[in-house]
Design a protein around this ligand. Structure first.
Ligand SMILES: NC(=O)c1ccc[n+]([C@@H]2O[C@H](COP(=O)([O-])OP(=O)(O)OC[C@H]3O[C@@H](n4cnc5c(N)ncnc54)[C@H](O)[C@@H]3O)[C@@H](O)[C@H]2O)c1
Length: 249
């Protein structure tokens, strides 16, 4: 019960990792405020959380829009009166050859993964300072290595890595913690629905397929819960790889 009495905001809570994080943190006593574009998915997560005895509310918002991100954090504050932890799980992946990539897909990936993470941090930081809480961003192994056919996604996750470190430096004298977890492949709708062109050189994808199975969402949620908990007091500005060895060599 490491989050007893705490309020947390989880973006991307309608699906995959965000749902697993909502389940995990609520099972350890947190009141969860889920944020996503997908109302039906949020309602399903809330059903799962409450059926297990947890407390969850949610807000529908496009986090890439600054006003929406600030609005949904204000809603979470109205609901719970405090904010101890922000977990930024929302993200999108688009795969494809650099030469085929559309402007719309480029903008979508950067808008959600970078702008969205930034606006949510901006909106949450004053409350996190008040509660002496912490932020966990979700990067990726893709932010730590070059990846063929996902250049835009990988660049956006590298931006999340350095955003996390830069925020950590800006607040290094305050009693808050700002970290990121960088998962490898996770068995979620994102991984299951990612579409690569069929005629690419699959050999080039091997380095980021790795040698082990993909993680289950709850395995990465356990790492995030640790980083968000007081047990990880020594971590600030850390990029915690949880990728079954993908970036080890
Ligand atoms: N699945 C993987 O293999 C993998 C690997 C490494 C990192 N990640 C990262 O983990 C995080 C969670 O991904 P997932 O695998 O659970 O994917 P997912 O597609 O299952 O969930 C992502 C959620 O983000 C939400 N979202 C998208 N755009 C949004 C927006 N503008 N505003 C609010 N919500 C929005 C979606 O509606 C969805 O519910 C992402 O940041 C992803 O990049 C995933």
């Amino acid at each position: 019960m490491r989050f007893e009495g705490q309020s947390v905001v989880v973006t991307g809570a309608a699906s995959g990792l965000g749902r697993a994080v909502s389940q995990r943190l609520s099972s350890e006593g947190a009141r969860v405020f889920g944020v996503d574009l997908n109302e039906a998915g949020l309602a399903e997560t809330k059903e799962i959380v409450t059926a297990a005895g947890g407390t969850m509310s949610f807000g529908i918002a496009d986090i890439s829009d600054r006003m929406s991100a600030h609005g949904v954090v204000a809603n979470a504050m109205d609901e719970f009166g405090q904010l101890n932890v922000l977990v930024n799980c929302a993200g999108v992946l688009r795969a494809g050859r650099v030469t085929d990539f559309t402007e719309a897909d480029y903008d979508l990936v950067f808008n959600v993964n970078v702008r969205g993470t930034f606006w949510m941090c901006q909106a949450a930081i004053p409350h996190i300072l008040d509660s002496r809480g912490n932020i966990v961003n979700v990067a990726s192994n893709a932010g730590l290595m070059g990846q063929a056919f996902t250049a835009v996604y990988a660049s956006s996750k590298a931006a999340v890595v350095n955003l996390t470190r830069s925020l950590a430096m800006e607040y290094v004298k305050e009693k808050v913690r700002i970290n990121a977890v960088a998962p490898g492949g996770i068995q979620t709708p994102m991984a299951q629905s990612s579409e690569f062109p069929e005629d690419i050189d699959w050999e080039l994808i091997k380095p980021y397929m790795g040698y082990r199975n993909m993680s289950k969402p709850e395995e990465i949620a356990a790492v995030i819960a640790f980083v968000a908990s007081p047990e990880a007091r020594a971590m600030h500005g850390s990029i915690v790889s949880a990728d079954c060895g993908l970036t080890a060599g």
